[in-house]
Write a protein that binds this ligand. Structure first.
Ligand code: PLP
Length: 366
């Protein structure tokens, strides 16, 4: 059986270092907001290229905290892609703001920048871009619109640790392409911990200071509450583990790129559409999504041949019971993607033999 993702195998690579780290933290007697968190925040900010990194409890909270930190509230509109994972949209709703859905580009699966401007109203406060499946959004048009209409840009980088764009010859990473970015360290992400974790990266000093308070009950000083804050902290054990794995992130992403390149060069089947990318560095292949009109048939065929696949995602947000008010709306590009996309195995621990087997089985499908 070729697993979609073998998390045990991924973390087993760092077993000794992780065991040691956990032991040291246990011995230290300090488990929250201590030197492991601070150290990881410094190293992650350096890695992304931002002035600040603020650890928090998960990726959803990272986005919720940003929106709350900017003071967006009831009636404010935030633009977001219609095919994103539900968390991006929940972060907006949970702050009382209105998510305004914009269709993706069928080639990149990222928000279609050409469709944003027509959705901007006097109530629009921000554009949330999502670097979906690990591919950085082409930001030029988004930057231009944010400037023209005085909007904030928020990145949802939960699937894109280490991806980036070449801007005038300088490589800028996702998480450093906007006013503030949310990351998730959910175990299955490109940089994942052994539980829940997340962070915010930003160059905005004022926001960073506020977020440090907001994640900890709104207090800068214990029992003095400046804001109606959250409890959303990155614990010492997760921060310590993330710091170990961060050192290998680029290497791990390169392994994913190698597999993606192999798939793109060798999967040849007229019934299957392969994902496209602009350039190597813009994509870290969190997901390798192929498309076919006969998805359930293909998924069953792969499963019979010992290949596990997943669907990211089977139901678009506007068709979810949670967003009943949108159920009658139509977003045809999103719906097409949700009906056709299928994620095949890709990870730093997928072997060449396994990638060859997946390719061979796919090429024999008709
Ligand atoms: C995983 C994910 C999130 C949420 O992260 P959690 O840590 O699970 O809360 C948000 N947005 C996207 C695009 C994600 O893939």
């Amino acid at each position: 059986m070729i697993n979609f993702l073998n998390l045990y195998k991924i973390n087993e690579c760092y077993r000794k270092e992780i065991d040691n780290k956990i032991k040291n933290i246990l011995d230290s007697g300090w488990y929250l907001l201590g030197k492991e968190c601070e150290n990881f925040e410094n190293n992650y900010a350096k890695y992304i290229g931002t002035k600040h990194c603020i650890g928090c409890a998960n990726g959803l909270d990272a986005l919720r905290l940003i929106i709350n930190g900017y003071g967006f509230k009831e009636g404010d509109e935030i633009i977001v892609p219609s095919n994103t994972y539900i968390a991006s949209i929940l972060a907006i709703s949970q702050n009382g703001c209105t998510p305004v859905l914009v269709e993706p580009d069928i080639k990149t699966y990222n928000i279609n920048p050409e469709l944003i401007e027509e959705k901007i109203t006097p109530k629009t406060k921000a554009i949330m871009v999502v670097h979906l499946y690990g591919q950085a959004v082409q930001m030029e048009k988004v930057w231009e619109l944010a400037k023209k209409y005085n909007l904030k840009i928020i990145e949802d980088s939960a699937q894109a640790h280490g991806a980036g764009l070449n801007i005038n010859g300088i490589f800028k990473k996702t998480g450093n392409l906007s006013d503030a970015s949310g990351f998730s360290f959910y175990p299955g992400k490109n940089l994942g911990c052994l539980g829940d974790g997340g962070c915010i990266t930003t160059n905005d000093d004022e926001l960073a200071q506020k977020l440090r308070a907001l994640r900890n009950y709104g207090s800068e000083k214990k029992y003095h509450n400046l804001y109606k804050g959250f409890n959303s902290r990155l614990d010492e054990i997760q921060a310590g583990i993330l710091d170990i794995k961060l050192k290998h992130l680029d290497e791990d992403n390169e392994k994913r790129r190698k597999i993606a390149k192999f798939y793109r060069e060798n999967i040849k089947n007229k019934n299957i559409i392969l994902p496209e990318t602009y350039d190597e560095k813009s994509h870290v292949w969190h997901i390798f999504g192929i498309r076919t009109e006969r998805r359930s048939e293909l998924q069953e065929y792969l499963s019979k041949n010992g290949i596990q696949t997943l669907i990211h995602y089977p139901i678009p947000p506007h068709k979810q019971p949670a967003y009943r008010e949108w159920n009658d709306l139509s977003y045809p590009v999103s719906e097409k993607i949700h009906n056709e996309i299928l994620s095949i195995p890709i990870s730093p621990v997928l072997t060449v033999d396994e990638a060859e087997k997946v390719t061979e089985v796919l090429n024999e499908w008709h």
